[in-house]
Ligand binder design. Structure first.
Ligand SMILES: CC(=O)[C@@H](O)[C@H](O)COP(=O)(O)O
Length: 257
């Protein structure tokens, strides 16, 4: 079972709620994924004069835990303000903290991220920071009081899959006791399996399901892929070798010579 800030969670798939063709499709995808946590962007849903009210009601009706996020925030001030609003709206201390540093890559501003995390932890938030795979930044986020880290594996929405498995592997090795959730850039179920085989605790994704031809079926595929990756990691995945190793034992060879 996955434990996040003291809460026990059965599913290792966290699902985003943006860009679905319709609320009904989103709802079915959530059901098929068996996720227990969905993330919701306050800024996106409240932008353009919309209040987001009906959407937020629909999200609450899904009956799963809500992890509000600060997607679209480009400064510490914006992210902190959005987190405070999210706490009131959803009555939760959980916040997926995004402070975006670059418009084109949507790369996190890791300096602002650490600063915002420190402020929010001091206000009693339980922060899930969307970060890079940089070990020093990870260390700073932990020092700020984060108990969960969410490194990207590729830029948001890119569907590129793990671009730097070596860095992800190093992160797992350096922080064996920290809950690590890969967030962003997963494009297909095999990507999710691959990061789970590295020993990550969970995966958060949105675009790969919302943008699939059949989002609900894809959500189910991701759930199975994540479970398989976790099972493989627990079973002990073999490290690749440079040279051949005979899979058939050579005992008895002498009998035929
Ligand atoms: C929904 C959300 O929080 C995104 O910002 C998240 O990072 C998911 O990224 P993908 O859409 O690439 O899965």
């Amino acid at each position: 079972m996955l434990t996040l800030y003291g809460s026990e969670i059965n599913s290792r798939l966290l699902l985003g709620t943006a860009r679905y063709p319709s609320p009904a499709v989103l709802s079915e995808a959530v059901r098929q994924s068996a996720t227990e946590i969905v993330t919701v962007s306050l800024r996106r849903e409240m932008s353009g004069g919309r209040t987001g009210g009906a959407f937020f009601e629909m999200i609450r009706a899904l009956g799963v835990r809500i992890l509000p996020n600060t997607a679209g925030c480009h400064s510490v001030g914006e992210a902190v303000l959005t987190a405070r609003m999210a706490r009131e709206l959803f009555a939760t201390d959980w916040i997926k903290l995004e402070v975006i540093g670059n418009h084109d890559t949507l790369q996190p501003d890791v300096f602002g991220l650490v600063e915002a995390a420190r402020i929010l932890v001091n206000e009693g938030f339980e922060v899930f920071p969307y970060t890079t795979d940089d070990l020093v930044v990870a260390e700073r986020l932990l020092e700020a009081g984060c108990k969960v880290l969410m490194p990207w594996c590729a830029p948001i929405g890119s569907a590129a899959g793990p671009l730097n498995p070596t860095a992800l592997r190093a992160m797992r090795a350096h922080f064996p006791d920290v809950s690590l959730i890969v967030d962003a850039g997963i494009g297909r179920p095999s990507h999710a399996t691959a990061v789970m085989e590295l020993g990550f605790d969970a995966v958060l994704l949105n675009t790969a399901v919302a943008g699939a031809g059949d989002p609900a079926a894809m959500a189910a595929a991701f759930a199975a892929a994540i479970a398989a990756g976790k099972q493989a990691f627990d079973a002990g995945v073999l490290e690749p070798r440079d040279m051949a190793v005979p899979s058939t034992p050579v005992i008895g060879k002498a009998v035929f010579t």
